[in-house]
Design a protein around this ligand. Structure first.
Ligand code: NDP
Length: 444
């Protein structure tokens, strides 16, 4: 059995029942086969064994009291996966589906994503099975304060710097930061995604969505094409989805559909983002409201149907495993040309195979959605240096990072004889830098 197959078997045996973690490890390790063949010295220092094992996993109880005085207990997680190239960095997810498998898959992906940005940040991820949906601001604040009352001892601006993810936006980051500051008595850059009045960076809100579209723009430009006149389907209606849709529209695309976890909107004349933002960002209401307010828009209950809508470009921006083989086949049948992942692991392994066989340009999450964490690192640089860059300065840096990532993964794929396989290219380009740093630092 070869090195990669042996490690994959060990991952499954040592981490039973962690389906999402197995899925991410399989996707990554399979594409590292040609790398470890070329570099047999990696096996001698058990590099892959160490790469798939988090440096530290913190699990904790999060008790909190709701508005009626009832006590609830949630699970809290922080997986500090790999600090070879910098302090752990990665978001916090608050969603009822959160478990150790999901946090570990996200953490493993994050190591390579952060490496791809070219910035000095290691990989980590955390969160809770707490559901902020339908909770009052007071309840969310008390939950965040309880969560930070344990987390604070594990993080620090040179140790581990969390950020947002699903269910953790500017409101939650504000409450988390307030509690950190109160306990530690320091106004440190220990969380990113902070408000502009207390250490945040311009463009952080837009960064993941804009970055995704910048990468697609580059992929199109390399093929002599552009967004102009393209039909785009975006899944999700949260932070990543809204700003991906906004940037795609500004480049001349027609974004015709979006969803939340209840159902999707099809508006063939183009989603009116001012209405969508009001519903999702300000009112925190359900997406079906959009069809009530915008004449001609259709609401369909359930999410899957969105992938039957014909489009040139699909941007899955909600959550893991949104696109399975059947949804991928429907997109291919309807002529999709580019699929770029805004969410983490939104396409199943079988779905990826369908796209790659059909010659669809498939841009994987760890490269395509790296704009968020890259801008978080720019936020760290600004707060560390007591600087404040303009929107245009940060946006220009973000764009150049996304263009660089595209070319780095393209070149890595070519170098290993896998031209056009951006899944392999992203994994290889991200991994090589981590591997070098791990080898240099000895057996730790
Ligand atoms: P948000 O919480 O802002 O939005 C998530 C959106 O996805 C909501 O519309 C939500 O609908 C929908 N959604 C969540 N779960 C499901 C589900 N099971 N089925 C259908 N729809 C669902 O999160 P973000 O936009 O921040 O994150 C979206 C994705 O992007 C995640 O995979 C995240 O890991 C990834 N990402 C985010 C980054 C960031 O900077 N925010 C950076 C890099 C990656 P509802 O409101 O109904 O729950």
């Amino acid at each position: 059995m070869d090195y990669v197959e042996r490690i994959l078997e060990e991952v499954k045996r040592k981490n039973p029942g962690e389906a999402e973690f197995h899925q991410a490890a399989t996707e990554i390790l399979e594409s590292l086969k040609p790398v470890v063949e070329r570099r047999p010295e990696y096996e001698k220092v058990a590099l892959l064994e160490r790469f798939v094992e988090p440096e530290r996993v913190v699990l904790f109880r999060v008790p909190w009291v709701d508005d009626k005085g009832m006590v609830h207990v949630n699970k809290g997680y922080r997986v500090q996966f790999n600090s070879a190239i910098g302090p752990y960095k990665g978001g916090l997810r608050f969603h009822p589906s959160v478990n150790l498998s999901i946090i570990k898959f996200l953490g493993l992906e994050q190591i390579l994503k952060n490496s791809l940005t070219g910035l000095p940040i290691g990989g980590g991820k955390g969160g809770s099975d707490f559901d902020p949906k339908g909770r009052s601001d007071g309840e969310v604040m008390r939950f965040c304060q309880s969560f930070m009352t344990e987390l604070y001892r594990h993080i620090g601006q040179d140790t581990d710097v969390p950020a947002g993810d699903i269910g953790v936006g500017s409101r939650e980051i504000g409450y988390l930061f307030g509690q950190y500051k109160r306990i530690c008595s320091e106004h440190a850059g220990v969380l990113t995604g902070r408000g502009l009045s207390y250490g945040g960076s311009l463009v952080r809100t837009e960064a993941t969505g804009y970055g995704l579209v910048y990468m697609v723009e580059e992929a199109l430009a390399c093929r002599g094409d552009s967004f102009e006149g393209k039909t785009v389907v975006v899944s999700g209606a949260g932070n990543v989805a809204i700003y991906a849709a906004e940037k795609a529209q500004s480049l001349g695309a027609n974004v015709v559909a979006m969803y939340d976890s209840d159902g999707y909107i099809y508006d063939k004349r183009g989603i009116d983002l001012s209405v969508m933002k009001k519903i999702k960002e300000q009112e925190r209401a359900r997406i079906k409201e959009y069809a009530v307010r915008v004449p001609g828009a259709e609401y369909h209950a359930g999410c899957k149907g969105i992938w039957n809508i014909p489009c040139d470009i699909a941007l899955p921006c909600a959550t893991q495993n949104e696109i399975d083989a059947a949804s991928a086949a429907a997109l291919v049948k309807n002529g999709v040309k580019i699929v770029a992942e805004g969410a983490n692991m939104p396409t199943t392994l079988e779905g990826i195979e369908v796209f790659q066989r059909a010659g669809v340009v498939f841009l994987p999450a760890k490269a395509a959605n790296a704009g968020g964490v890259a801008t978080s690192a720019l936020e760290m640089a600004q707060s560390g240096g007591r600087l404040f860059w303009t929107f245009e300065q940060v946006d220009a840096k973000l764009k150049s990072i996304m263009v660089n990532i595209y070319h780095n993964m393209d070149e890595a794929a070519r170098e290993y004889g896998l031209k056009g396989d951006y899944v392999a290219g992203a994994n290889i380009a991200g991994f090589l830098k981590i591997a070098d740093a791990m080898v240099a630092q000895g057996i730790v």
